[in-house]
Design a protein around this ligand. Sequence first.
Ligand code: LIP
Length: 262
Amino acid sequence: MKLSEQKKALKASVEAAQAVGKLMRQNLRAQKKIDSQSQHDIKLQLDVRSQKLIEKQLTTKFPEISVLGEEGDSGDNQSNYRWVVDPIDGTVNFTYTIPHACVSIALQEKKGTRYETTVGVVYDPFCDELWTAIRGQPAFLNGKKIEVSKRKNLDQCIVSIGFAKSKETMEKTLPYFNKMLPQIRKVRMMGAAALALTYVASGRFDAYIESGIQLWDIAAGGLIVECAGGEFWNQELDVPNKFKILANNGLLRGQLEKIGKL
Ligand code: LIP
């Protein structure tokens, strides 16, 4: 896809993300309609409504591009391009009126048998912070170029970690968490993967680690980290579209891997 087309895709993604962001602001304190829930996860009617709004806006402008989203897929799942959408990342936060959640929209292009993220947008409607990136270009926060931190000593670093949604991922992550904690400055668990990634890209966090995270949580934020000069190490697990990730400022993966296996 030419850069001019990627810019059109970026603009459409920003408009869709901001439209859902407005809905999120309007509904933060409203009574939430819960479609389903488990001990560590909640699915809202507003998640579905928000993805429908995003799909309508994007497929009107790009009818040939399919959608893979947290609330379902549409279009040809073998198409050369696909949108990867998390309409509300941080749904549990949002349900509990914690204003730390965002919209994440990525465009991916098929490269052989795999997909590569080429456009990414993450929008936090509560802080009105919009992160954007096109592969090969810088990453921006509200139009201003951003870069990862330069901290290389773990004892000066803030590391974000997520425990995903299953007992299995929690049991796997806890030993790593216990070993990591004494070696870093501070740990942060914020409940929105896409924002943890944009915080790494903005130099607020120095790394973000999670195992059992879904593609739609990380596709846009992972590109934004890379375009900000960081590293987005990721490995697909034995369940499709489920990953373990270690995003960082490009200086920390060796030390963080030495702590233990996730
Ligand atoms: C959430 C992620 C978070 C993870 C949660 C959940 P959701 O996404 O952003 O990092 O730890 O388990 O997956 O479900 O709120 O879109």
